[in-house]
Design a protein around this ligand. Structure first.
Ligand code: COS
Length: 384
């Protein structure tokens, strides 16, 4: 399908694809087994100027938008859904600064992220605040010229590896969702430490840790936007980054599809390649249909967001649901096409299946996405 990418978008996609094929695919299984964080791959992305594709040129980026970011995530995820997350998780941690940072904050943090010198992470989730994001307990209390943070964030992508953290904490409990505020916290700040590295089913090359704040004092200049805006910062960030999760899912599905087609042409049973059997052909055809439909929805959503649209929570949630459900179905079917070999660790499809699962869960479960979509539909209908 021709998606009429601009020359620059095509170049970005091809560059990411080359890195994926030459540098990531050969090490993906090893990184998964060892749970190794891909600092070396991030260095390659940095040297190729890809770390800042979604950051404005004035802050050292390439000046692209959500589509450019998603093209990179898709291509990297085609090789490894875990390694790609060092890049995508940094996007999640950076968007609060892009969207709500003042000039000083942008100048201070964005150039180092754009150059790949620093990674970022986003701290919202807590042990008792997952889908119910408004249930967070971490507090930030203004004391003189500093905020004092206390609490623990859970399952934070790039936790411990990133240098820049955007963190949501409660500044006024009585105000509910309007009582949260978002802050930038730097690694190395006294009182800010990390929990152990989580042992995960998939995306094992990505690093997931707790962020622990114990009387952690940060300058009040690190407040993003103003007090009370933390929930909005989080929601507006997620509206922009959920297409990135969709792109990760899309890339994982594409990789599994390519594995399945290749294997079906090589594997001989009953004296013929199994690709000649209609039972296999129909599975491959269904995979291709779902992947192309997901790609069309993801790219169009990205373009809609990049066009300057005001409200796109529904579309963003739709592409995240559709692409992640597609990734789950396609990767399970890819394992089926490879049969016993698909179940073995020397082939990458079982890893792709494990990697796919998280895309239905993080940045808001697919059940939460369906809630968001339904509430928007009802809201739109009531206006007619
Ligand atoms: N953009 C702007 N504002 C938004 C918004 C959005 N996408 N979504 C909600 N808001 C605003 C609402 O308008 C409301 O504002 P007012 O206080 O002025 O009325 C406020 O935020 C609270 O919204 P709401 O009442 O809908 O909040 P809920 O507590 O019901 O939660 C959901 C809404 C479930 C959608 C939210 O908690 C959510 O997205 N949960 C999933 C969190 C998630 O993705 N976690 C993963 C963490 S990152 S890996």
């Amino acid at each position: 399908m021709n998606y009429f990418l601009t020359e620059e978008q095509q170049m970005i996609k091809e560059l990411a694809a080359k890195i994926a094929d030459e540098k990531i695919a050969p090490v993906a299984i090893q990184y998964d087994e060892e749970g190794k964080f891909p600092h070396d791959i991030m260095k390659i992305l940095a040297d190729s100027d890809l770390c800042g594709v979604y950051i404005a040129e004035e802050y050292g980026g390439l000046g692209g938008g959500i589509l450019e970011m998603s093209l990179v995530v898709e291509e990297l995820s085609r090789a490894c859904g875990g390694i790609s997350l060092a890049f995508a998780g940094t996007g999640l941690g950076t968007f609060p600064i892009i969207l709500f940072g003042n000039e000083e904050q942008k100048k201070k943090y964005l150039p180092d992220i754009a150059s790949g010198k620093k990674l970022a992470a986003f701290g919202l989730t807590e042990a008792n605040a997952g889908s119910d994001a408004a249930g967070i307990q971490t507090t930030a209390v203004l004391d003189g010229d500093e905020y004092v943070l206390n609490g623990t964030k859970q399952w934070i992508t790039n936790g411990g590896e990133a240098e820049v953290y955007t963190v949501v904490a409660c500044t006024n409990r009585s105000k509910g969702a309007r009582g949260f505020s978002a802050f930038i916290v730097e690694k190395g700040t006294p009182g800010f430490s990390f929990g152990k590295k989580e042992n995960k089913m998939g995306i094992r090359a990505s690093c997931t840790r707790e962020l622990v704040f114990e009387n952690c004092r940060i300058p009040k200049e690190n407040l993003l936007s103003r007090e009370g805006m933390g929930f909005i910062v989080a929601m507006k960030t997620l509206d922009r980054t959920r297409p990135g999760v969709a792109s990760q899912a899309l890339g994982i599905a594409q990789g599994a599809f390519e594995d399945a087609v290749k294997y079906s042409r090589q594997r001989v049973q009953f004296n013929q390649a199994i690709s000649s059997f209609q039972a296999i052909q129909h599975i491959l055809a269904d995979m291709a249909i779902q992947i192309e439909a997901a790609r069309a929805l993801v790219y169009q959503t990205c373009r809609f967001i990049d066009s300057g649209a005001k409200d796109f929570s529904k579309e963003s949630a739709m592409c995240k649901v559709f692409a992640s459900d597609t990734a789950m179905k396609v990767t399970v079917d890819a394992v089926q096409v490879l049969g016993g070999y698909g179940y073995m660790k020397e082939y990458p499809v079982e890893k792709r299946m494990r990697d796919a699962k998280i895309t239905q869960i993080y940045e808001g479960t697919n059940q939460i996405q369906r809630n968001v979509i339904a509430l928007e539909l009802i809201k739109e209908s009531s206006k007619k």
